[in-house]
Design a protein. Structure first.
Lengths: 227, 164
């Protein structure tokens, strides 16, 4: 009678070990994602989101620490054009131009279409006067997902902030590459968000192993910015 | 045929404008206009130009009409699809008021920066000049005064046209 629990325990031990070896459960890897534009060229300023199939144990998930980031309005552009920040972060908007700008923030992918008055903000920043500090306003981001920025006065001014509620959200660099560290090994989905994308494409299924590199082709054509 | 005529007229107007621009450099001694965001190529305005346009209020109503015509224009209307027309009319009014010798101060971006997010061709620029001519004509501004105003704006093509 006493042998049976011992047997069960031994079986459980071997099962867990096998799972650990096969699925790499508990291990974390760095995933390199290259996002490609419609023309096959690397796509900068795309947001790469990795969603592990199984919610990893809280202990192994890197914690999200809110940060303070800055977005300037300079020479008729928002700089930078895309920011990725953890949920709860603050953004300081500063108008460095000598003329007035507005900042309008709308949560959701399609600014204007999905506009809900309560889900955004709008304020005015006066032009910079020589010898004085540039006008700025701080906003706290308490809603996860994309936030589209615009200027009420200058329709061509656009930018976005992606508010991340997981640690596995990174924007692609100038060479279209996003490096995501500490991703749990095993099955996962890769999603791509981009400001010029009207509809989000079907996520790419991947298996995260010790060395994982993925190419994600998209139908996105980035807007040309003249600097 | 109609288009050819229009282009010819337009070219003529720009040439006249350019001649005026050159002519008035001789009059620089009076009030030397400085480069500003309103124009990187300042030209002394013809005497009485600001008054001929009905001063500030005249210029403001002219520009209010102008931006509506721009938006409705088949050739360049698309360029103003996302434009805040009220703001554009205000900026243009301040700019033309200042350049024509009025007391306004244009506080907007310089012309290169203002057009940096648009693709503006020579054809776009000429179309805009044409729409401006129509707007001025509709308000009964004489051909001579129209060209004096265009003389202040014509040199800006160097900063506005950014696409071959």
């Amino acid at each position: 009678m006493t042998a049976r629990p011992t047997h069960l325990a031994r079986q459980a031990f071997w099962t867990l070990l096998a799972l650990g070896l096969l699925g790499g459960a508990g291990h974390a890897a760095t995933v390199q994602v290259t996002v490609l534009a419609r023309d096959g060229k690397p796509l900068p300023d795309a947001v790469v989101i990795i969603e592990p199939a199984q919610t990893p144990a809280a202990a192994t998930t890197p914690t999200l620490t809110p940060v303070q980031t800055h977005i300037a309005q300079q020479k008729m552009q928002f700089v930078p054009a895309l920011s990725v920040v953890p949920l709860g972060s603050t953004v300081v908007f500063t108008n460095l131009d000598g003329w007035e700008h507005h900042v309008r923030g709308i949560s959701g992918s399609l600014a204007g279409v999905s506009a809900v008055p309560s889900s955004g903000f709008e304020f005015r920043l006066g032009g910079r006067v020589e010898g004085r500090t540039a006008e700025s306003t701080t906003v706290t981001l308490s809603q996860a997902g994309p936030l589209q920025l615009g200027c009420h006065l200058h329709g061509s001014m656009r930018a976005s902030v992606y508010v991340a509620d997981s640690p596995w959200v990174v924007k692609t660099s100038a060479d279209g590459v996003a490096l995501l560290p500490n991703v749990p090994e095993g099955a996962a989905r890769v999603r791509v968000w981009h400001a010029e994308q009207l509809l989000e494409a079907t996520p790419t299924a991947i298996t995260v192993g010790p060395v994982t590199t993925v190419n994600v082709p998209t139908r996105i054509t980035p807007r040309r910015r003249r600097l | 045929m109609k288009n050819t005529m229009k282009t010819l007229l337009n070219t003529l107007a720009l040439s006249i404008a350019a001649t005026f621009a050159l002519g008035s450099t001789a009059a620089l001694a009076q009030g030397k206009p400085q480069p500003s965001n309103a124009s990187a190529y300042p030209v002394a305005p013809a005497p009485g130009l600001y008054q001929a346009f009905g001063e500030e209020s005249g210029i403001r109503s002219l520009m209010a009409d102008f931006v509506l015509r721009l938006r409705a224009d088949a050739r360049i209307g698309e360029q103003f699809k996302e434009t805040n027309l009220d703001n554009l009319a205000k900026q243009l009014s301040d700019q033309l008021c200042q350049l024509s010798g009025g007391p306004c101060v244009y506080k907007g971006p310089d012309m290169k920066t203002a057009h940096s997010d648009m693709d503006v061709t020579r054809a776009h620029f000429n179309s805009l000049v044409e729409v401006l001519q129509q707007t001025m004509a509709a308000r009964g501004i004489s051909f001579q005064r129209q060209n004096q105003m265009l003389a202040l704006l014509a040199p800006m093509h160097r900063d506005v046209v950014n696409t071959p």
